[in-house]
Design a protein around this ligand. Structure first.
Ligand code: GLN
Length: 306
């Protein structure tokens, strides 16, 4: 299987690399526009422990919305099923930073991966942890085996300086009573979580717990239950790419999550987690080449959850 994957990855990598990149860098977070637009890296970690990387897979990038899977994981672990009283499990069919459905849904975000849902999850963590910034970081450090991981002050403050939509969103949700804490505190935490950086290898390794029934691969420690792990995967499949989630399921056929830093992580349960990074984004805010690469990967491997 290992050599199968390595041939497939090489082929998908080379074909995608040769494509004309029609994407554009995210500029609404000024710091994200400072990256080299030609970066392209991929890394797969299999549940058997094989590591396969190519291109710029050891360069760090801003995880942005990919981290929303990890905040959800911690909040779900703490709150259990009660969490779904605060945030829904339906695709939104709207852009990641849309406010439109919050009015009709009385401040209950459609799912935990659009910005509004992730902001509510941040509020839940602040209410349930002693020090959300410190405790969440400790959780991710342990999960990823990266004891030196830190929030990027530069990226968080760059986003904060122009984060008007997220500020509006948080205050709007608060007006419906679905934010318990001070909106400024919630937003500071939200900007911090989005600012975490990893490279493709670290990201793929971190997400193997969702390909391994909720258990961390390196020591088999239970992070969340198998049922919770399946449910998070279901949400990644249906909501991980905002208004392009249907397209991702259609063309790639795996649970996954994107971020405006140009990263995507996807996983094939009981087989592998894979991370890809290429900073230029398509009009839906997902990595142009990242989407193409994963489509090639599952086409050549003929393995999807379907
Ligand atoms: N921090 C970004 C924002 O709130 C995350 C968006 C994303 O990655 N889709 O706009």
């Amino acid at each position: 299987m290992a050599s199968d994957y390595s041939d497939i990855l090489e082929k998908a990598y080379q074909r995608t690399k040769a494509l004309n990149d029609e994407g554009k860098l995210a500029t609404y977070i000024p710091e994200l526009a400072n990256v080299d637009p030609d970066m392209f890296g991929i890394h797969m970690t299999t549940t058997e422990g094989l590591e396969l990387g190519n291109g710029n897979y050891l360069e760090k990038f801003s995880l942005q919305s990919i981290v929303k899977v990890l905040t959800l994981t911690l909040a779900y672990k703490i709150l259990g099923e009660k969490i779904w009283g605060r945030v829904g499990v339906e695709p939104s069919g709207t852009k990641f930073d849309s406010l439109i459905l919050l009015e009709t849904n009385h401040g209950i975000p459609r799912n935990p991966f659009e910005n509004s849902g992730a902001i509510v999850i941040c509020d839940i963590l602040i209410s349930n942890l002693n020090d959300a910034n410190k405790d969440f970081l400790a959780f991710v450090r342990e999960l990823s085996n990266l004891p030196d991981l830190n929030y990027s002050e530069k990226i968080a403050s760059s986003e904060k300086a122009g984060g008007y939509r997220n500020v509006a969103m948080c205050n709007f949700i608060k007006s419906f009573g679905n934010i318990e804490n001070d909106p400024t505190e919630v937003l500071d935490f939200y900007f911090n979580i989005c600012s975490l950086e990893m490279n493709c290898q670290q990201l793929a390794q971190t997400f193997t717990f969702l390909a391994n029934g909720g258990r961390k691969l390196s020591d088999q420690k239970e992070i969340i239950s198998p049922s919770q792990s399946k449910r998070i995967n279901a949400l990644m499949l249906t909501c991980g790419f905002y208004d392009e989630s249907g397209e991702f399921a259609f063309k790639v056929g795996l649970p996954g999550k994107s971020g405006v830093g140009g990263g995507i992580v996807a996983l094939y349960p009981h087989n592998y987690a894979i991370a890809v990074w290429s900073p230029k984004l398509n009009p839906k805010g997902n990595s142009y080449k990242g989407m193409k690469f994963l489509e090639e990967l599952t086409t050549y491997s003929e393995l999807t959850i379907f």
